[in-house]
Write a new protein. Structure first.
Length: 157
């Protein structure tokens, strides 16, 4: 069975982003595109309704492109256990209350025991200090935090 990956919304944003003069952003866009083209087939990909909701926001043309990319991915159920763990993340970690969607992304990937959560959100999700606290909370609640990483870290090169 292949390893499992939760695709967080920022990844799809990078797949559909317009070119920029920001060199770091452009490098990340290229890494994301390469991962999507060359590596995603080696994993079983999942999203949640939160990803679909976030992807549908903003410029209608871009939202349509994001939703097209997501249309064939399996959607994880946002169970009571997911909601409860997300709430634990918000109350017991250094995640700000405005990051409630981020808490649900992490909780969904955790409760459904996925191997990886793939994201470019390095402020609230792929953040070493926050992850350390989230891992403690997961342990307390009987879960194992998935490996949270960027496409660059999952390139397998």
């Amino acid at each position: 069975m292949s390893e499992t990956v939760y695709i967080e919304t920022s990844l799809v944003g990078y797949l559909t982003a317009r070119p920029s003069n920001n060199l770091i952003l452009m490098a990340n866009l290229e890494i994301t595109r390469r991962w999507w083209e060359n590596r995603r087939s080696q994993f079983t990909l999942y999203i949640s309704q939160v990803v679909l909701d976030e992807a549908a926001h903003g410029d209608p043309e871009m939202a349509l492109k994001r939703l097209e990319i997501l249309q064939n991915l399996s959607v994880l159920e946002l169970t009571e256990a997911v909601q409860d763990l997300g709430e634990q993340f918000l109350t017991r970690s250094n995640l700000p209350s405005k990051a409630s969607d981020d808490a649900i992304h992490i909780a969904a990937a955790t409760v459904h025991a996925l191997d990886y959560l793939l994201t470019w959100n390095c402020k609230h999700i792929a953040n070493a200090q926050i992850q350390r606290k989230l891992a403690e909370i997961c342990l307390d609640c009987g879960y194992k935090l998935p490996t949270i990483c960027t496409p660059y870290e999952l390139m397998g090169e």
